[in-house]
Design a protein around this ligand. Structure first.
Ligand SMILES: CC(C)(COP(=O)(O)OP(=O)(O)OC[C@H]1O[C@@H](n2cnc3c(N)ncnc32)[C@H](O)[C@@H]1OP(=O)(O)O)[C@@H](O)C(=O)NCCC(=O)NCCS
Length: 261
């Protein structure tokens, strides 16, 4: 990974507005931030771009706010992909991996763009690149979690020790740093929870760079992936996992809304 935005301490970046043609170079990673609370008109436009499977998923949400955010998340995904591919949003087709990771279908140029998305509390992050695995995770930082208990259940031995050694005032934030880094990595791999969460270690100390420290049983995995801490908005933790190290991130704001949280 190149550029100035490579450490946890230095990713308080400017989210740029897009204009014109979207171009993704071979060593580029574009991260898009979007607000999922869209106007009824925009939602209607997004809904018209979804396929049957997405519409059927949307209908299954119990709460209308969740349904609308799903429609917005998929509508924005389609619009972004169409912008890079030079096509229209409703022509995009997805395929899904064994554990549910979406990817472009062969007819869209399956190898053209790899992407991943995450959404939490009305905000979404989209990460796009070419020719390398990618995963992103985003969590709204909740104050009602028993973080030590959850860490004891899901984190690795080293992570539990590192978390416990931190002052209580930063432990909750560190928990979310750890959680989003672990999740971004398993989302990049696309294998879901078939990767045991306690079989790899990530960094979690606030202010230190995001890193995949150890992986078992294959220690080479730790060298194959790089992690980046993201700060999409106040009150959120987020992380990006990308295959390889020779990539440059840039950060973009979905144009229709400015996030002020
Ligand atoms: C589904 C999963 C990918 C994450 O779910 P989540 O955190 O609820 O949701 P996120 O917002 O991060 O991501 C959802 C998006 O990831 C994508 N996705 C789905 N399955 C995926 C997979 N196996 N790999 C990568 N991405 C996936 C989809 O685009 C999905 O969005 P959609 O609504 O458009 O379908 C899965 O990893 C999971 O359930 N993890 C368990 C959570 C956990 O225990 N984490 C412990 C961390 S310490």
């Amino acid at each position: 990974m190149k550029g100035a935005e490579t450490t946890a301490a230095s990713v308080d970046v400017q989210w740029l507005s897009s204009c014109g043609h979207l171009r993704l170079g071979s060593d580029a990673v574009h991260v898009w931030r979007a607000c999922l609370d869209q106007s009824p008109l925009q939602l209607n436009n997004f809904q018209n771009t979804l396929d049957d499977d997405e519409r059927s998923r949307a209908r299954r949400f119990y709460f209308s706010r969740d349904r609308q955010r799903f429609i917005a998340a998929r509508g924005i995904l389609r619009s972004l992909l169409a912008g890079y591919l030079g096509t229209v949003p409703n022509s995009i087709s997805f395929i899904y991996g064994t554990h549910g990771k979406p990817a472009l279908a062969a007819e869209c140029g399956a190898d053209a763009i790899q992407f991943n998305l995450a959404h939490s509390h009305g905000t979404a992050l989209y990460a796009l690149t070419r020719g390398r695995g990618i995963g992103v995770d985003l969590e709204f930082i909740r104050c009602d979690l028993k973080v030590e208990q959850i860490a004891g259940q899901f984190f690795s031995h080293s992570e539990i020790i590192a978390l416990g050694a931190l002052p209580p005032s930063v432990r909750e934030y560190a928990f979310f740093l750890c959680w989003t880094r672990k999740e971004a990595y398993i989302k990049a791999r696309g294998e879901g929870l078939s990767i045991p969460l306690d079989q790899f270690d990530v960094s979690l100390i606030p202010g230190e760079p995001a890193a995949l420290l150890n992986t078992q049983p294959d220690s080479d995995e730790a060298f194959r992936w790089s992690l980046l801490n993201l700060t999409p908005a106040c009150g959120y933790a987020a992380a990006l996992a990308v295959e390889g190290r020779d990539w440059t991130p840039s950060f973009w704001q979905w144009p229709r809304h400015v996030i002020e949280r």
